[in-house]
Design a protein around this ligand. Sequence first.
Ligand code: UD1
Ligand code: UDP
Length: 381
Amino acid sequence: MDKLRIMSVFGTRPEAIKMCPLVKELASHPEIESLCCVTAQHRQMLDSVLEVFDLKPDYDLDIMTPRQTLSTITSKCLTGMDEAIEALKPDMILVHGDTSTTFAGALSAFYHQVPVGHVEAGLRTYDKYSPFPEEMNRKLVSAIADLYFCPTVNNKNNLLKEGITDGLFVTGNTVIDALKTTVREDYVFSTEELNHLPYGEKKVLLVTCHRRENYGEPMKNIMLALRQIAEQNEDVELVYPVHLSPVVREAVDKYLRGAPRVHLIDPLPADEMHNLMARSYLVLTDSGGLQEEAPALGKPVLVMRRETERPEAVEAGTVKLCGVVQDDIVTMAERLIHDPEAYRKMAHAVNPYGDGHACERIAQAILWHFGRGEKPADLNA
Ligand code: UD1
Ligand code: UDP
């Protein structure tokens, strides 16, 4: 029997972190030819992940341009995907999450009548413009996909409510599979500065911020809040690997640079980031992935957004929404810095996002779909 040609498509840092373990898992099955096509919607931040996971793509669309618009990303992905699909002739295409690459990858697969598996399916805020454009991207991909790999039961229920009843699997999130390969107690940072931070003696706050819906006023508020937190607390060191987006960099330079106890550094390789998170005191972020990783590492998270599509860790008590108003962010951070009881209540390791075996379930579900294996049981079924 011919091998199944399964092509994983991704383009940004978080998709890469969550898809590399899956590309490798698929490659370990003798019945599968695991193919990898990157759009390179991100260039440096994608290449850094490929290096950490030692993965060489079969096809690279190399589409990134500075300050790219949603339309240019989507149109360049679509045109590039035509070539990649014709060259690699996949039996199934896997896309991840909710980026422009995700949507264009799924749409292109549909145009070529190639079935689609959606990894990290079923997340919703039910607000069309927040996160923007991600909420719409994931809904559009739901309309196209054939298989849905839901991280949680809650995600599966979201799809059931929308009338999507076939091809649903609860697998856990592949980010937990990735974390299992990167976090180590004896890890030595290659970014020398990180080896000398006063973990334990002071409170190391890890920060990231990049979302398009936070551009403008919300991002200004966030930067000013971070400045205030650093200025007011001598026992705090704030570490912020700044996203390469020029919009983000401008806001950082204008409102945060020069504040005391603030370490503004370049984006970190995924393994460095995960180990830094494991040693930090508190995480402040608007990122999706950090909301999944930090709870697994027992680190409280303040989410600098108005909503979240990841309510599971909020329910478990380790993630809180603090919004995008300066005073609110400062008040909630100060509480966790100064009130040990409030901190203790949030700082426990929970794993609503999986057991580290999501990739195995996804591979099994794909084999089942093509009549080559047993149907995998849902996680926590
Ligand atoms: C994208 C995704 C977002 C995801 C985020 C993860 C869309 C619309 N947005 O947002 O869902 O949360 O990635 O980080 O798909 N840049 C570089 N080098 C890089 C990466 C980015 O220079 O390696 C700069 C470029 O100028 C680029 C800009 O950042 O044009 C923005 O990148 P883009 O992918 O359009 O948006 P993100 O905000 O990164
Ligand atoms: N990350 C990283 N280096 C950094 C910042 C983040 O490796 O300097 C990782 C982080 O641990 C997580 C992922 O990137 O796995 C999150 O990506 P991002 O915040 O860019 O996107 P989102 O998850 O919001 O879509």
